[in-house]
Design a protein around this ligand. Structure first.
Ligand code: UD1
Ligand code: MG
Length: 466
């Protein structure tokens, strides 16, 4: 029997006040819908996402995530058309569920991002379950009525509920596991004769509960909290942060201020990593054991080896930093930067599509673009690789054990051979052979005592003017 996940994501999300569809708003860098899809366990063989508002954007995101290997199972989408309620959403997906040979359907919401993998796994293994939560303020939710044996008897939407029913604090969390055959039949009996004029999925769930027992399983409210506004988004992010940072603290990571570091769900931290306040790690990031991530550092889709020190305010994007590297403060590694073991990249150095081999150093004020820097080479302060001539990009290759003096420009394409020395202030426009000295410099003008004479002259002129 095939288990298929159905994720409802056609709603408009008006209260987000956004041009971005609600389910694409991020929590710690990953869109809400991606959180839901990534919580699907191995038992789920396929997922169907019901879309409508912002359909093009959501479908493009699904394609991109699949291409990056982020989705745990084959995922398709169905356009609901004008959304007429949660029941209507499932009706519109029925043909796709049939096509996938669904035996059991796990229904989740695309805007409920923090549902845990273990919870979805319990759903995927059961024949009839509704997730419920006990709320101090149940307003707005469907109220859950249970039979004497605890199984589901009824769900009454807030707007349809009488005062005694509104007093019930056990509410429907909107996540279910149901047998597809009975659910499909129940969908055919749905009507929209209710306070909201909608086709309620909840009516079909109760219909199924009349044929097979549907267990009511309690869940922590944080797991089932929906994102309907920017305030919700901030609250969900705070929950996610506490959960993730708590997990890593249990694994031996130090957070100097756990409330002030944003670590995404796809980040992996080694033992004895220290994360300073204001650090933000998003996407697929790996940090090796014993590494320090300094204050205000922003890392995206990057890998850092063990025992590296990333000093405050570095930005690292789609790059690799080897073990024992020393970075920043204020270093900027752009896409395709590779720093091998023990490289030093200091303040106000920007790199892009550049490899620095083991032990190379660029400590101050440089731009290294489309460049290879050999082992142990020292790049002086203020080196600029002129990689762009206004038409296309060119490569700079610098050998090993090279010494480049301060304030040089290397006009690419250009190669500096192993062990050469480039004098300070040079503009290098041709290849330099290994072992050579190269410098381009205007002749020095030196006039003895001239400074003092100039000062005297100036003084005399002022005196004359009175
Ligand atoms: C629903 C439940 C309610 C439960 C609550 C939990 C129904 C009738 N009610 O109410 O019992 O307490 O969730 O959060 O199901 N959606 C579509 N197409 C539609 C309508 C909705 O895809 O036509 C999607 C939304 O984008 C959202 C999800 O379904 O992701 C839930 O819809 P929402 O409007 O939030 O349902 P509620 O009224 O909150
Ligand atoms: Mg809702």
């Amino acid at each position: 029997m095939s288990t298929v996940a159905l994720i409802l994501a056609a709603g408009l999300g008006k209260r987000m006040q956004s041009t971005l569809p609600k389910v694409l708003h991020p929590i710690l860098g990953d869109p809400a819908l991606l959180w839901v899809l990534r919580a699907l366990p191995a038992e789920v063989e396929a997922a169907v996402v019901v879309v409508h508002h912002g359909k093009e954007q959501v479908e493009a995101a699904l394609v991109a995530w699949a291409a990056q290997g982020l989705l745990p199972c084959p995922t398709t989408s169905v356009d609901q058309g004008e959304p007429l309620g949660t029941g209507h959403a499932v009706v519109q997906a029925a043909a796709e569920l049939d096509r996938l040979g669904a035996g059991r359907v796990v229904i989740l919401c695309g805007d409920v991002p923090l549902i845990q993998a273990a919870t979805v796994q319990r759903l995927a293994q059961s024949d009839g379950v509704l997730l419920a939560m006990d709320m101090t303020d149940p307003a707005g939710y469907g109220r859950v009525v249970q039979k004497a044996d605890g199984t589901l008897a009824a769900i009454v939407e807030h707007k349809d509920a009488s005062e005694p029913v509104r007093a019930i604090r056990r509410v429907n969390g909107g996540a279910y596991a149901l047998p597809w055959g009975p659910l499909r039949a129940a969908l055919g009996r749905l009507s929209n004769g209710n306070a909201q004029g909608e086709y309620y999925l909840t009516d079909a769930v109760v219909d199924v509960a009349g044929q097979v027992p549907v267990a009511v399983e309690l869940c922590a409210p944080a797991e089932l909290m929906g994102m309907n506004s920017r305030r919700d988004q901030a609250q969900l992010q705070a929950h996610a942060r506490d959960r993730i940072n708590g997990h890593w603290m249990d694994q031996g990571v130090t957070f100097l201020d756990p409330g002030a570091a944003l670590v995404g769900p796809r980040v992996v931290l080694g033992m004895d990593v220290t994360v300073a306040p204001g650090a933000r790690l998003a996407g697929r990031v790996e940090i090796g054991a014993g590494t320090l991530v300094g204050q205000g550092c922003v890392l995206t889709d990057s890998r850092v080896g063990a025992k590296a020190e990333i000093r405050p305010y570095c930005v690292i994007d789609r790059s690799e930093v080897g073990p024992g590297c020393l970075l920043g403060p204020f270093a900027h590694l752009r896409e395709g930067s590779v720093l091998e073991q023990g490289v030093h990249v200091g303040n106000f150095v920007e790199t892009k599509k550049t490899t620095l081999h083991a032990g190379a150093k660029a400590n101050h004020l440089s731009y290294l673009g489309d460049t290879e820097v050999g082992s142990r080479t020292n790049i002086g302060a203020g080196l600029i690789t002129c990689n762009y001539d206004g038409f296309s990009k060119h490569r700079t290759v610098i050998g090993q054990d090279v010494f480049v003096g301060s304030d040089c420009q290397l006009v690419a394409p250009v190669t500096l051979g192993d062990g050469c020395i480039i004098g300070a202030g040079s503009t290098i426009t041709a290849d330099v052979p290994a072992g050579a000295l190269a410098l381009t410099r205007a002749a020095l003008v030196l006039k003895e005592d001239m400074a003092e004479r100039l000062r005297q002259k100036q003084k005399a002129r002022k005196a004359q003017l009175g």
